[in-house]
Design a protein around this ligand. Sequence first.
Ligand code: TNX
Length: 510
Amino acid sequence: TLVCIACTEKKKAHIPMPTTDLSVNSLIPKPLKTIPTNSAFALDQFTAIYTSKNATGFEEVGKFLSQKLNDHTKLTIPVNTEGNNTVERIIYINQSDSLELAAPEAYQLYINQDSIIINANNSEGAFRGIQTLRQLIPIQSNDTLAPQQIWPVPSGKIYDNPNFAYRGSMLDVARHFFSVEDVKKYIDILAYYKINVLHLHLSDDQGWRIEIKSWPKLTEIGGQTEVGGESGGFYTQEEYKEIVAYAAERYMTIVPEIDMPGHTNAASVAYPFLNGNGKTPKLYEGTRVGFSTFDTRKDTVYTFIDDVVREITAITPGPYFHVGGDESHVTKKNDYIYFINKVEKIVQKHGKRMIGWDEVAIANVDETSISQWWASEENAKKAVEKGMKVIVSPAKKAYLDMQYDTLSKFGLHWAAYIPVDTAYTWSPEEYGIPRENILGVEAPLWSETISTIDELEYLAFPRIIGYSELSWSIPDNRNWEDYKVRLAEQAPFLDRMDVKYYRSPLIDWK
Ligand code: TNX
């Protein structure tokens, strides 16, 4: 069937559009509600973007959309240009105070024949909305409908907001260092799937990766090495700010982690007083865990931590600071509790909420602190009893560094093999953590076995795309059979973005 768009307005070109069905589309994460109207909007050279002008951030969101449409279609779509006579169709990004848009990050997307309207209360919601729109633009233009190239966008209405506020991935830049450019590429792809947190694991036994001006040897000495004898590296504070700004443009929060009191060999090589055992350790390039600790009873250790937290929080606009706290196998339990109690106060003094791996719940932590549950159900229970929020990252389901199967070239399998279906077919709510305690989901990518962006992408993609849906979409909207078809449709986008994803045989890739 061909439906005419804009016939009623004589000025506009008569373009017959194909019948569409917005409810059958490849959107990931699946929106809350979709109502198809079976026609289409003709994205072409006569399209312009307009935005609310007095609403903070809306014009920037419009420009971001224009840039991404240009990358995809090569069209130059103007943003907020006045008196442009060639404009026949508009995309309007509108600030609205409607109560229907009160939920954080909520947006509405109305696609009509002549206009696309994105309504959101604030620019963050608008930003999530334009990701949905980007995903609806066909890969190829249809060159038979009109003299000009046209990308028909299926018409209808989408009402959407996330199930969980925190939708993250972690990247371990300590075991192997990844460049600013690599991190930016990862951020850009994650943003397309509405992921809004990137947690950077900035220190471990094998390396210290962030410049601390008051303690320069951390990077001069502690940043030199990585797993396998390769050359290491670190971010200057300027480079870190560049990552933070790039993420912020994509409405993504960076969570910095300094892992303590264990996982601190690199710091203690740089400043041997930190470990309190009177020995200067050697730089470590292996993959064992649990052998290092700070001296938790020394005041100067806390002076050091205060400086580190102060310098990093000063360049971190997000609300969180992650203190690690995992696998402190050579720290006595009492010392560990004493340490976490003190470090929590330091983090709070610098205006941030503490996040720690699930072990931190054994200390006397406040309900404002957050537990990242990765292994121990007992620790998860303790966190809930303390009224803490929990980030759900079960290693058996959500660890991006687990191998897909026995044939996987990279990755570990101490927790499980995690094929693409296993990664998707679970629920953050199924572990007995009450809904109201769940802040969201995070998928950590530890880097013992990977050292290049291609290897990173092999482990992260496609699984991270499924974790985005687990944290954004409600359980009723999640279904493996439906998801796997939508996932297959991601191939052309991933190829265009030069993402070296794992072509799982479970998926009938496009
Ligand atoms: C456990 S998960 C760790 C990391 C390792 C990872 C490898 C966690 C909090 N600690 O130190 O890199 O396993 O999968």
